[in-house]
Every structure is written in C-alpha cells, then in structure tokens.
Design a protein around this ligand. Sequence first.
Ligand code: ZN
Length: 236
Amino acid sequence: MIRVTIFNEFIHEKKEESVKAIYPNGIHAALKEHLQDDELSVRTVTLDDEECGLTEEVLAETDVLIWWGHIGHNEVPDEVAKRVQSAVLSGMGAIFLHSAHHSKPFRLLMGTPCSLSWREDGDREYVWVCDPSHPIAQGIDRYITLDHEETYAEPFSIPEPDKLIFIGNFEGGEVMRAGCCYRRGYGKIFYFQPGHETFPIYHHPQIIRVIKNAVHWAVSDYRKIIDCPHIQKIGD
Ligand code: ZN
C-alpha cells in the first residue's frame, strides 16, 4: 500500500456556504474519498491538528504528502514547513495543489517566490497535456476541460521545472505552467494548478486521475536523510 497523507488548511469550507456546498466535509475529505483504493491508504490532517498533524512520526509513515492551503499559509508553523521540506529531501513525495504554490513548504523547496498572476471570474480552462508519455498524464486525452476555474497566469516565478506535464489555457487567453515536476534531494514533487475552492474541481474524474497518477509517480522506496559524512580512503 502507498501511504498518502493529505494536509488541508480547512478554513474556507467552514466559513463560506458556497464552498461548504461543494465540500461539506472539507477538500481533504473529498480527495480522500476519491483517491482511496486498493493501492492507496489515505489519512487526512488539517490546521486544527496539533503541529498541523504533521509530526516526525506521521511524515515518516507518509510516502506521498498532498497539500492544499490558501488563506492559512502563515498559520503553518515554520518548524512544520521545515520538517516537510526535510522529509521531501529525504525521499518523501509531495504534491502541491492550486494555491499551495504560496505555501511555506513549497516555497522552501523551490527557493523562489512562486508568485503568479490571477483573476477570479470563473473562466473556462483547458488543461493541455504536454507529454502524453509521462506517467502523470496516463488516462488523459489531449486536454481536460474545466468549465469554471480561477485564472492563474504566467509569469509564475518557479524554478524551471524538470518536466512540464500540463499547460493551462484560460478563456482570457492566459497560459500557466499547470503541471510541473521537480526533484529535490531524494524526493519527487508535483505542482498541479487546478483546484479553486469555489468550483467542484476535485470532483472531476480526470483531475482525480491526474492526482492519483502523481501519487504513484512520486512514491519512492528510498528514504534516507542526506548527511555529510567524513570518510576513509578505500583500503584504509
Ligand atoms: Zn484559488
């Protein structure tokens, strides 16, 4: 079994009726329901949990961490963000969704502002497949249509992705690097842009397919803290 932990800040769903209507038990619960199967065991944690539910023990038992956050980024303690960064460098997989582009652990791992341009008017988005051969794109045809999504647009101040899997194209003409793969230390990272809280993006079967593919891609059997040992010459 692949052990998945979903972190969701869980703020909008409790405060805004329109979001609650789409995700009555939170984005994390919806993702868990859609992702859990014979191969994935999923646990969820939120800002309400002590240390965001992301203790050393939980991270050690996590193969892939999925992160959704927006207005609560600053409520995540720096210590927790650094703990997540270390776990990824040691081999834990991580998937950052939508507004998690500005989350503390993503910015730590990228080392850049990770800022972008945005507009919230429910434009249609086409999420275009750039590399149909990549494991994360399996089961997806040429593009995914999202009838309504928040517009996210370039320039997106991320490091050059190791591999670009999707480009988002919005009704207003904007484009956005919507699916980006990275490797940091021993860990694999996938950023995936769709997922504004006021639209039912995480109930879309193809979006779930991409996230599930990304979980399988990001998992690694190799887990080791990268140290800096003093060594003996061969033969000594
Ligand atoms: Zn959003």
